[in-house]
Design a protein around this ligand. Structure first.
Ligand code: F6R
Length: 610
């Protein structure tokens, strides 16, 4: 978590670059923020507790001038969310911003205290500033002092540092936390993530673990920790800068919900042939699937829910057994993995610590590895033998929406691919499946037209304190995901259950104060069974919101309080449609309650702590 940023150059106002970049990193944490800019050879530091807007107000009063600076947006780990713990941390003329954890900070802190250094914060980061300052006092130049300090630090981190003694460079390093550097014309940048630099330039270098980057106005040098030069590829980013803007929407989440038809098209683009029914993945070698007897999917949160649906798809089309594990549990239960197991790590950010560690655990136990992720060159992507990028574009809203539906589409195509590879589906069948997938963007467009109706529905329901979501078959994980969306942005307690489980416990909760969202698209066996659940709920006076593709079915007339009508569609793609109105419902309930939709309390978009 936390976002870091750095700029050096004379093409723009440093403070503007830092503030704009930080606003695009705020999704990584918003407990506090800060910047340091070197003005006339002296660092000027501004920090504020809370959202970036607070920092903006402070800076507007005394905007610093200067041609280099660093910035930070924080998700608190060591030390509470306060002004004193906000970054940058300074020691003498050294200012540091940091994302990650310094594991040996206590030992370092004690050593530095003995030397007379005073600590002003409760963070682990402050040791880095003192350490660099101390090494410079010993006679090392800024670059050597920074490298020597980085060598002493244990843990996972991305760090950027500037020094008043050499006000013509920004130095940065990373180990297990993401960091990119980006090249402009007479200006250079560094950032935790691509959206921060998108408005300014497109040529980026993804630093690798142990790299140290030295940014000067007209050059970027990269060395290893000992100062030996290393070469890294410059990659051109094809994301549109607009993709990380709100574009007239009140919240990123709403924009991202409405972007889903486009995002899904991008996930599918260039990956299939309608004539042959074949599916292609550019970064996956078919040999990866040789001798694969079972699959283990590893993920957290929304990505875990996508994986539960992926299980249905792969088991149905490819007849390969799939287990889905909560990544944070996987490592601690001695999982049975062998060389015939394929581990699939599913992660929007590609950085989630639990998922990343679970992937490495599976690898160590001999599994082949594949990842489904949205972020190019992310840690999880780089650690996998193959990768399927979802190409959803930057997702800024903390509540995941388009990342989820594009993960489902990626799973759907993977299921077709494996089905053909393992000869479990015919060419004719896969052609039909691809046709079904191609109808998804249009079906979502139709579903999005429910927006106003769902807004009205939210007005009626936002005062309830609890919700129950029930689904069956391939839509049962949609109950989990619908409930997660509601609780994380509206703070209303919500539970998702497989509908058949209701009578095994949750039925005790049902009374006239409990709205129940029944997810029942299509008319198959899952639908028929849910009608039974509907009767059970009605008999206990529960309030029913019924999601269906057949609103005129006689069984539901007079038995439900509200109907959400979704378009009829093939069963295997139905979850990709059913989740859309539930995203809208959570969004509108949250806005009725006045909560912070894009930056809900206590959450961060990227969870890099276990
Ligand atoms: C919920 C949400 C989280 C993430 C989870 C995993 O809306 O976004 O539950 O799904 O933190 O994140 P990734 O997919 O980046 O590994």
């Amino acid at each position: 978590m936390c976002g870091i940023l750095g700029y050096i150059g004379d093409q723009r106002k440093t403070v503007d670059v830092l503030m704009k970049g930080l606003s695009r990193l705020e999704y990584r944490g918003y407990d506090s923020s800060g910047i340091a800019v070197i003005e006339d050879g002296k660092s000027r530091v501004f920090k504020s507790k809370g959202k970036l807007s607070k920092l903006k107000t402070k800076i507007n009063k005394h905007s610093p001038k200067g041609t280099l600076g660093i910035g930070h947006t924080r998700w608190a780990t060591h030390g509470d969310a306060s002004q004193k713990n906000a970054h940058p941390h300074i020691s003498g003329g050294t200012s540091v911003v940091h994302n990650g954890i310094v594991e040996n900070y206590l030992d370092l802190k004690n050593e530095l205290k003995k030397k007379g250094y005073k600590f002003y914060s409760d963070t682990d980061t402050e040791v880095i500033a003192h350490l660099i300052e101390d090494l410079s006092e010993d006679g090392l130049d800024f670059e050597d002092a920074a490298r020597a300090a980085f060598k002493k630090i244990e843990g996972s981190f991305a760090i950027a540092v500037i020094s008043d003694k050499e006000p013509d460079k920004v130095i940065a390093t990373r180990r297990f936390s993401p960091l990119i550097v980006a090249k402009g014309d007479n200006e250079n940048y560094l950032a935790s993530d691509v959206p921060a630099i998108l408005p300014f330039c497109k040529d980026v270098i993804y630093l690798e673990d142990g790299d140290v980057a030295i940014l000067e106005k007209d050059s970027i040098r990269i060395t290893d920790i000992d100062g030996n030069k290393v070469k890294r590829k410059v990659q051109s980013i094809n994301w549109d800068p607009i993709s990380a803007e709100k574009c007239g929407y009140r919240h990123y989440m709403m924009k991202e919900i409405f972007e889903q038809p486009r995002a899904i098209l991008d996930t599918m683009r260039g990956r299939f042939s309608e004539e042959t029914g074949e599916v292609f993945f550019e970064d996956v070698d078919p040999s990866l699937f040789k001798n694969v007897k079972r699959i283990v999917a590893l993920a957290c949160g929304t990505s875990y829910h996508a994986s539960l649906i992926g299980k249905y798809m792969i088991e149905k089309f490819a007849k390969i057994s799939v287990e889905v594990d909560i990544a944070s549990e996987f490592r601690y239960r001695k999982p049975i993995i062998d060389k015939n197991t394929l581990a699939i790590a599913v992660s929007q950010s590609g950085e989630t610590a639990d998922t990343s560690e679970a992937l490495l655990e599976a690898k160590e136990r001999g599994a082949k590895t594949l990842s489904i992720t949205n972020v190019m060159m992310s840690k999880i992507a780089r650690d996998s033998d193959g990768v399927i990028y979802t190409h959803a574009g930057p997702e800024i809203g903390v509540a995941s929406t388009k990342a989820f539906t594009t993960q489902l589409v990626a799973f759907y195509f993977l299921a077709i691919y494996l089905g053909r590879l393992k000869k479990q589906i015919t060419k004719k069948e896969s052609i039909q499946m691809i046709k079904d997938a191609l109808s998804i963007p249009q079906l979502i467009e139709i579903t999005l037209k429910l927006d106003n109706q769902i807004k009205d529905l939210a007005k009626e329901f936002f005062t309830y304190r609890n919700f129950l979501y029930l689904g069956r078959g391939i839509n049962h994980p949609i109950a989990f995901e619908g409930a997660l969306k509601l609780k994380e942005i509206s703070y209303i307690h919500a539970e998702g259950y497989a509908a058949g489980e209701m009578k095994h416990g949750p039925i005790a909760l049902i009374d006239e104060n409990m709205p129940i969202v029944l997810i029942a698209p299509g008319d198959g066996i899952a639908y028929k069974k849910i009608l039974g659940n509907l009767q059970e709920v009605r008999a206990r006076k529960g309030k029913v919101i019924f999601l269906t593709s057949d609103p005129h079915a006689p069984e539901i007339q007079g038995n439900v309080d509200k109907i959400i009508e979704v378009p009829d569609c093939p069963y295997m793609v139905s979850p990709i449609i059913s989740i859309v109105p539930l995203q809208l419902l959570a969004y509108h309930i949250a806005t009725c309650k006045g909560t912070d939709v894009d930056q809900p309390r206590n959450l961060a978009k990227v969870v890099t702590v276990e």
